[in-house]
Design a protein around this ligand. Structure first.
Ligand SMILES: Cc1cc2nc3c(=O)[nH]c(=O)nc-3n(C[C@H](O)[C@H](O)[C@H](O)COP(=O)(O)OP(=O)(O)OC[C@H]3O[C@@H](n4cnc5c(N)ncnc54)[C@H](O)[C@@H]3O)c2cc1C
Length: 475
């Protein structure tokens, strides 16, 4: 397994192809470092001593100890531990732990490459096995590169004015394929090792050129990563762990990029486009059943601590809020546990979480995002978003005024009150918070996609039969 220092070193050795704010930047640009710091948590935890067992697993392919973020789940316990690890990691970062995206993608590839081979006699699964063994040994990070530019949302890939609006194969020869197009919103693209690219939707027989899946190093020729970095505001005086973390999302452009065959895992098998997209989504929504409860943990902590510091602890509306939020957190978590318990084995041996539970859990979390943050805003009052800048608290003339009028619960020190209100400000009113609140709605697919997945998998006819029997209706 790698250490976080070795990870950082390997990022520094990569070719420059990350663009940000009108210039080409290094991967350890200070704006990207907060995202790298979240990745470091995943290495540091696996390296021990505190959470080693949770953050490591034994590879089913090599029998070696690996970072659990590189694991392909092959048992119910694997799925349960994945969910627990994500909740733990997300609590440590204070928001999205990010690295599950690559893990969920590789779990999907382990399932669908075998299914394509079974149907077409291809050799994708063997290629996948070669790839995953090296990936696990090197303890790498993959970005999930799924969301296409997509163009007009009401049109299919082959109906768009520009065929490149979904990533596609433009040519192929005996050595590999050439791909063109762009993927959007790709988290970690600027600080991952591998980009794992796969379709965003179902595809028809006219859409073989868009049925493409591959993994490629993020600094490969003819790949451009146009990055946007987000982080809580930097601190000058009151340093805090949250303010060292952040994320980056990027538009990734494939400008006639050559991909060698050994890195291609689907090419033209259009009927598996939707299968690849949905298999990833199911696995990722299972991961959400781990991270969203952790976000609710942060929200509950903010509300409970604010109530204590403001002197309103135990008031009826605070207790109501906390009970409601505990319900959301644990119901979403319970959905993930149920998805693990109700999981099935794919033909390749990968453990597939139950789709219904993954989707209802993710849906419940997503639809409560803004309600939950609204409760934090309610309890926080207005001051955290209007409070003076940090420097003013330390200004010899203004500082004493601010400190005097910051006091609420007299048992709480002025510094701790300041720290909490600045953290509330980061979570409620920074541009970083805005990005991640939208991610909680759209990550893993917009809300309607969960509705579609539930409607496709749930047996409503069987529920009609329940009522017919009760009502004595005989057809
Ligand atoms: C912070 C963040 C990080 C992300 N990270 C990643 C990542 O790492 N990798 C990745 O691949 N993706 C990532 N995503 C992308 C995410 O998966 C998408 O945002 C999500 O799938 C929704 O797609 P979209 O943004 O194109 O929205 P759209 O699909 O444009 O949706 C906008 C609205 O249009 C509606 N709509 C769209 N099409 C139709 C239709 N045909 N009929 C009716 N209604 C329609 C939707 O329901 C929605 O209400 C990330 C997103 C965010 C915000």
């Amino acid at each position: 397994m790698r250490t976080s220092e070795e990870y950082l070193e390997s990022l520094r050795s990569m070719k420059l192809n990350v663009y940000m704010g009108g210039e080409i930047v290094k991967r350890d640009d200070p704006r990207i470092v907060p995202g790298i710091n979240v990745m470091r948590i995943t290495y540091d935890m696996a390296g021990g001593p505190e959470n080693t067992e949770l953050f490591t697993a034994v590879s089913q392919y090599t029998g070696e100890k690996i970072n659990r973020f590189c694991n392909v789940c092959d048992s119910v316990d694997d799925l349960l531990n994945k969910q627990r690890m994500i909740r733990t990691g997300t609590r440590l970062a204070g928001f999205c732990i990010q690295r599950c995206m690559g893990m969920d993608t590789l779990n999907a590839l382990s399932i669908v490459t075998k299914e394509i081979d079974d149907a077409h006699g291809t050799e994708y699964y063997q290629r996948f096995l070669e790839f995953i063994k090296k990936y696990q040994k090197k303890d790498q990070i993959a970005a999930a590169v799924q969301t296409d530019a997509k163009g007009d949302r009401s049109k299919r890939p082959h109906e768009q004015v520009d065929p490149d609006l979904h990533v596609r194969v433009v040519s192929q020869n005996k050595d590999g394929i050439v791909v063109r197009g762009a993927k959007e919103d790709i988290t970690m693209a600027s600080y991952c090792d591998e980009l794992v690219v796969f379709p965003t939707r179902t595809l028809t027989a006219e859409e073989k050129q868009w049925a493409v899946t591959f993994a490629i190093p993020a600094d490969w020729d003819n790949i451009y990563i146009i990055n946007r970095a987000s982080a809580p505001r930097e601190r000058k005086f009151l340093k805090a762990p949250l303010n060292t973390y952040g994320s980056s999302d990027a538009m990734v452009v494939f400008d006639d990029t050559f991909i060698p065959w050994e890195r291609v895992f689907m090419c033209g098998e259009h009927e598996f486009g939707g299968r690849m997209a949905l298999t990833f989504a199911t696995s990722h929504r299972h991961s959400y059943c781990g991270c969203k409860p952790a976000v609710e943990d942060v929200i509950m902590g903010l509300i409970a601590l604010t109530a204590e510091y403001y002197g309103v602890e135990g008031k009826h509306h605070i207790r109501e809020k906390l009970a409601h939020l505990a319900g959301i957190a644990e119901l979403v978590y319970a959905a993930g546990i149920a998805a693990a318990v109700e999981s099935t084995k794919s033909s390749s041996g990968t453990q597939v979480p139950g789709a219904i539970y993954c989707n209802v859990g993710r849906r419940l979390a997503g639809e409560n995002t803004y309600d939950s943050w609204g409760m934090v805003a309610d309890v926080a009052g207005g001051f955290p978003v209007t409070m003076p800048f940090e420097e003013d608290y330390f200004d010899p003339k203004m500082g004493p005024f601010i400190n005097k009028y910051t006091v609420r619960n007299p048992k709480v020190s002025v510094e701790n009150m300041h720290r909490l209100q600045r953290t509330l400000s980061d979570y409620l009113s920074s541009s970083w918070a805005g990005v991640w609140q939208v991610a909680d709605v759209h990550g893993g697919g917009s809300p309607v996609m969960e509705t579609i997945a539930i409607l496709a998998n749930y047996d409503f006819e069987e529920r009609k039969e329940v009522v017919k029997r009760l009502a004595g209706i005989r057809d």
